[in-house]
Design a protein around this ligand. Structure first.
Ligand code: ATP
Ligand code: MG
Length: 888
């Protein structure tokens, strides 16, 4: 077989399809655009959905591309199988309602086997076919595929729930028995089985049915072809590499890692896994950051963080103890530059981000790893095989040590982590936090009671604020024996606190930053029987109402539930404003401004986001302008529901969270802001009235916080500001508000002039004092001596007086003292003549400074001292005479 570089393989594929009338589309960003159901672009077709669902009609219905893809669900496979990476390139050809099976199968065969293109030996190729898809079976036969190379596979049907679906055909390359990792007679030893002999290189999907909501499949009027071929797998064949990694796509990074670690690739299997993981993750994070993702604690950012941390851990396994992954960025850039110039162009920025993340992780890791290793060693010594979940949680909670890494490290040593215990510890922690916050007693027993309640409670609050005929299914009160359900129809509760569950409720339970609704519960006479103070999700998801009982309330009776309307209206305005702000931040500061926390209250909203550096006043102004423009444009806010399964199949949201939701809501504001959100929103942005940012600050490394108000609260805020301005205008005696800035500027100018005059007067005063002091020297032992207290404000003024003394040659020795701000200052000076006679200003000061409770020193010609006892100044001056006599 011919040898080909990865660049040649990619180009051959694109050239082939171009020769069949396809347009080459460049690779799209890894970050999905306008597609909240996908975390990452995970296939070639993912970026072409707009064509396949008919929202955009392509210029040419035949398209081919090489698309960067990330599949986090393959993360555990990396390094363990020959064929999986988290980051890979998918080569594809697409037909949007144009050619179909009878064209694509002969073409696929031509590309694979023609000596002009890939030139694979036909005997090496196997195809799987969906059993009912006899057309495809016959078409493969007609191009020359033998029966024993066609494998029927029941699961060859591509279906993501509602929408387009159809059979597919996978192409396998037989790498020969020598490549196999399973025995000849192993049941998995066939094309499509879990083995390394038969390598799946390509999948051709024939999208021909429309899967209807009622479960029926009907033929599509426009049939589509979509295919995906893994570049790295094909390259491994051309370069006769045992796995995807011994190719020109990965070896440069592996070699760099060899240099950094001093270890050799190929020396032992365990190290090889680490080398492979490092080279894969280096590619994934380099490209992801290049496309605008940033490490953080959720969503994409968390995936990045996890990839970087895994790479760091594997570096450690190879003996690399300092940040190193960032050094692979330029290597990745070089390898990929011919088709993807971006990573090399941005290599410094990408390396900077990775290095910072590595450093942060190293710090927490060193502590965590020590503990983990110690724990594993003790467990192994005592013959245990289970790593306690409690300990895994402690590592996670205290050291930010991802549980996946504990699982991996433990598995390396033959231990398995008790995940049940881990989850229980996590749950207990959440409950502790909840208890602390809500200050409720005996939440433990309360929870046990609630955990057994499985009845459904429907949330009606998206559509209405008052729900009538809500049946009180559970009434729980606190008693001395703990929480108890009041179940008998006869028993009524008339006061105190209670927890209520209804079959339906308009009350929103606190979630996603949005606070819980408040309101009242009325009986059929219209009497208020309870006031709702808080609403939280019960263990099984129902909205649990915490109430103060003020009337007769009985289980299994119907009530009218009324959400406090002004409260909810204010909350939902702020929630919609939060979405607008989120999107505006992305526009003004960049796509990296990922949400890091959010609080939606009735009177304000708080939004935390990732961003390095300051946010300028001009940027804040721009944010407000954008949000207000969206408000003034009166844009309808649309919400739609879809099931998570669909979302997951299209590319896993919430991959690493254990949260379970079966319906996801998409909130769409004029296609400008599209977010997954379960909160309540306005129907039209105009309802917000007005948006105003009230503060912006840093709350942690790379995390900033904006607080803002809308509607009435925004008007109030402006009113308050205006009031302050009015007051200021009055104080500065501005005739009109708009004169205030000029008035204040004038007053400042006046103040500066007054200060200048004052300084001049003080200087004059000092000069006058100097004159009177310098006029009366006394004689001590043949020397003219001046020792006096003056009234000036500090050491600076004293030094100025020494200058005057010098120019006047007023005496041989000068000692001046002043008391200012509760302190004493002393300065001494000696003329040349005095110095010749043995007088040193430094010595003089040293001798008298202790008298004023201080110390000091200086040169023979001038010295100074400060002290804490100004009342002793006269004593210090009086001592001058004696000191001089002694000195000489
Ligand atoms: P596998 O069963 O080997 O994981 P798949 O069925 O998940 O493959 P598809 O979803 O059909 O793969 O994707 C089309 C092609 O993309 C595959 O034939 C393969 O060549 C490539 N591919 C898929 N996942 C990966 C991955 N994690 N790493 C490298 N290439 C991949
Ligand atoms: Mg797969």
């Amino acid at each position: 077989m011919k040898e080909m570089t990865s660049g040649q393989v990619r180009q051959t594929f694109l050239d082939f399809w171009q020769s069949k009338g396809h347009d080459v589309e460049p690779s799209a960003s890894l970050i999905p655009k306008d597609d909240p159901t996908l975390l990452w672009i995970n296939s070639g077709v993912a970026t072409l959905k707009k064509y396949f669902d008919g929202t955009v009609i392509p210029k040419n219905p035949r398209i081919t591309n090489a698309q960067k893809s990330i599949r986090t669900n393959d993360i555990e496979n990396v390094g363990k199988t020959a064929r999986h990476q988290t980051f890979f390139e998918m080569l594809g050809n697409f037909s949007v309602g144009d050619y179909f099976k009878k064209e694509v199968i002969p073409w696929a065969w031509e590309l694979l086997t023609s000596p002009e293109w890939f030139g694979f030996d036909p005997d090496r190729l196997y195809m799987t076919v969906y059993p009912k898809d006899t057309d495809t079976y016959k078409l493969w036969q007609s191009v020359g595929v033998k029966k024993d190379h066609l494998v029927l596979a029941e699961d060859n049907f591509w279906d993501i729930g509602e929408g387009p679906s159809g059979p597919d055909s996978e192409i396998f390359y037989d790498r020969g028995q020598g490549y196999n990792n399973v025995a000849e007679d192993d049941p998995e030893n066939y094309p499509g089985g879990e083995n390394e002999r038969y390598l799946e290189i390509w999948n051709i999907v024939f999208s021909e049915f429309n899967h209807l909501p009622d479960g029926r499949y009907v033929e599509q009027p426009h049939k589509n072809i979509d295919t995906g071929m893994g570049l790295e797998r094909v390259v491994s064949i051309f370069q006769d590499a045992k796995t995807n990694f011994e190719t020109d796509l990965f070896m440069p990074m592996i070699q760099e890692a060899e240099k950094l670690s001093g270890k050799k690739y190929g020396a032992n299997e365990k190290d090889d896994v680490s080398f492979k993981i490092i080279s894969d993750h280096a590619r994934a994070v380099t490209f992801a950051i290049g496309d605008g993702a940033m490490p953080s604690n959720e969503g994409r950012g968390y995936v990045l963080r996890r990839l970087i941390r895994r790479a760091v851990l594997n570096g450690k396994k190879l003996g690399i103890d300092k940040p190193f992954l960032y050094q692979l960025v330029p290597v990745v850039g070089e390898v990929m530059k011919s088709y993807y110039p971006e990573p090399l162009d941005q290599k410094d920025f990408i390396a900077h981000i990775i290095k910072g993340e590595e450093e942060r992780f190293q710090a927490t890791l060193n502590d965590g790893l020590d503990i983990l290793d110690g724990r594993i060693a003790t467990l192994k010594k005592s013959g245990k095989t289970v790593f306690p979940g409690e300990d895994a949680f402690k590592l996670f909670d205290t050291y930010g040590f991802p549980v996946e890494l504990t699982v991996e490290s433990a598995a390396d040593e033959g231990l398995h982590v008790d995940m049940k215990g881990f989850k229980a510890a996590m749950q207990a922690q959440k409950e502790r936090a909840r208890n602390a916050r809500k200050d409720v007693n005996s939440m433990g027993s309360q929870n046990k009671l609630l955990m057994d309640i499985k009845d459904e409670s429907q949330f009606t609050g998206y559509d209405e604020l008052t729900t009538t005929g809500a049946n009180l299914t559970h009434l729980i009160i606190q008693t001395t024996q703990g929480d108890q359900e009041v179940d008998q129809e006869v028993a009524a509760v008339t006061s105190g606190q209670a927890e209520l569950l209804f079959d339906k409720t308009p009350f929103y339970a606190e979630m996603g930053g949005q606070v819980a609704d408040k309101g009242t519960i009325e009986d059929d006479q219209g009497h208020v029987v309870a006031k709702v103070t808080d609403v939280q999700h019960a263990p099984n998801g129902q909205n649990l109402h915490f109430v103060d009982v003020v009337g007769n309330i009985q289980a299994h009776h119907a009530y009218t539930l009324k959400v406090d309307r002004p409260f909810r209206l204010a909350v939902r305005k702020n929630h919609t404003a939060t979405h607008l702000l989120d999107q505006a931040l992305r526009e003004v500061l960049g796509a990296h401004t990922h949400q890091a926390g959010s609080l939606v209250e009735p009177d304000y909203l708080r939004f935390d986001f990732n961003h390095q550096g300051q946010v300028t006043l001009a940027e804040l102004q721009k944010l407000e302008d954008i949000v207000n423009a969206k408000i003034f444009a009166e844009i309808p806010v649309k919400t739609t529901e879809t099931d998570l399964e669909t979302a997951k199949k299209m590319g896993a949201i919430a991959l690493f969270t254990d949260k379970y939701v079966d319906r996801v809501r998409v909130v769409n504001i004029g296609d400008w802001s599209i977010e997954l959100c379960g909160g309540t929103h306005v129907k039209n942005t105009a309802e917000l009235g007005l948006f105003k940012i009230t503060s912006e600050s840093a709350i942690g490394a790379g995390v900033r916080r904006i607080e803002a108000v809308t509607s009435q609260a925004a008007v109030q805020y402006f009113d308050q500001q205006l009031h302050l301005l009015t007051q200021t205008a009055k104080i500065v005696k501005a005739n009109q508000l708009q004169d205030t800035p000029d008035r204040v500027a004038q007053l400042q100018k006046d103040a500066r002039e007054t200060e200048k005059e004052l300084a001049a007067l003080q200087a004059k005063l000092a000069a006058q004092q100097a004159n009177s002091v310098f006029d009366h020297p006394v004689e001590v032992d043949g020397l003219q001596v001046i020792a006096a207290q003056v009234n000036v404000d500090g050491m600076g003024a004293l030094r100025q007086m020494v200058d005057q003394w010098k120019s006047k040659q007023a005496s041989d020795v000068l000692v001046l003292a002043t008391a200012a701000n509760g302190k004493a200052n002393l300065i001494a000076a000696a003329s040349d003549a005095a110095q010749q006679q043995g007088v040193k200003a430094g010595n003089l000061i040293k001798a008298i400074a202790p008298i004023i409770g201080g110390g000091g020193g200086g040169r023979p010609d001038m010295a100074q001292a400060g002290g804490k006892q100004p009342d002793k100044i006269q004593d210090a001056l009086a001592a001058v005479k004696d000191v001089l006599v002694k000195e000489k």
